[in-house]
Design a protein around this ligand. Structure first.
Ligand code: ADP
Length: 258
């Protein structure tokens, strides 16, 4: 905490103005620092969980794994799974840290249809699932293609993880904007969870207990990418029906039209 500067009640003069600015700046710094502290504390906690599992299975392995092949198999499987989870988590944390340094986004004319198709195609190969694309004609937007692709991938991968049916991607536009919507027909997200959905490490209760191997960092990264792209990221979800995430880009970034 810092000592607030006393500012004269009638903040008309220059000194008062500077005082206000100083207080605002310090308040901002303090809040950033608290966020960083919170992040480090959450990160340590989240990394400790898989590490504890790894440690206990390694102990089991050394105690009984050499005599009992089934124990060895189980332990090695668990150690491998948790190691992969930790690696993913660290990669995602580094990604967030790098994004905070405001690594320059490279904006260029990007054909949205072909970008979406290029993102969908590898997913069709990797997963036995219908990834449908709706919206025709071509639309070119000034954006960072690679970052937009990363953002879209996070949404598609979540849709795949948290649903079992087809996944629909829709490109559309209105007077002021163009949007890319990713819709799934999965479990949906409870209303009370929606305000937290973009928080780092947040996972809906049942998903924390499921073995989907998530980290709770994907949507936090998605939100930062959207911010960097000057796009909005909206969500509509209803339990038992499904979820739609929508990336909305302002029309001023559109060059050509449908
Ligand atoms: P992760 O998927 O690694 O847990 P995310 O930050 O990507 O982390 O998502 C946070 C949580 O939001 C998930 O754990 C899940 O509970 C919920 N979620 C995200 N996308 C969907 C979706 N399409 N359908 C249902 N729940 C979702």
């Amino acid at each position: 905490t810092y000592e607030k500067i006393e500012v004269p009640a009638e903040g008309k003069d220059e000194m008062a103005q500077m005082g206000h600015e100083f207080n605002d700046m310090m308040g901002q710094l303090e809040s950033n620092f608290k966020k960083q502290e919170q992040f480090v504390s959450n990160a340590s906690h989240e990394l400790k969980t898989p590490l504890t599992v790894i440690e206990s299975y390694a102990r089991l392995l050394s105690r009984r794994g050499f005599d009992d092949l089934s124990v060895a198999k189980e332990a090695v499987g668990a150690i491998l799974g948790e190691s992969i989870r930790m690696k993913d988590m660290i990669e995602q944390m580094l990604h967030l840290a790098r994004n905070q340094e405001h690594v320059a986004f490279k904006f260029e004319e990007t054909d949205i249809n072909s970008l979406v198709e290029k993102t969908l195609q590898p997913m069709r190969h990797a997963h036995a699932r219908d990834f449908i694309l709706e919206g025709n004609g071509s639309v070119v937007v000034v954006t960072d293609a690679e970052k937009l692709r990363q953002l879209l991938f996070i949404l598609l991968d979540n849709a795949r993880k948290y649903s079992e049916r087809e996944i629909k991607t829709t490109i559309s536009k209105n007077e002021t904007s163009i949007s890319i919507a990713v819709t799934d027909y999965g479990n949906g997200i409870p209303k009370e969870a929606l305000p937290h959905i973009f928080d780092r490490f947040y996972r809906v209760h049942e998903d924390r207990n499921r073995k989907t191997g998530g980290t709770g960092l994907g949507l936090a990264i998605a939100k930062e990418l959207a911010d960097g792209l000057g796009a909005e990221l909206n969500i509509e979800s209803s339990v038992g029906v499904g979820t739609t995430f929508r990336i909305i880009m302002p029309k001023k970034q559109i060059l050509t039209d449908f």
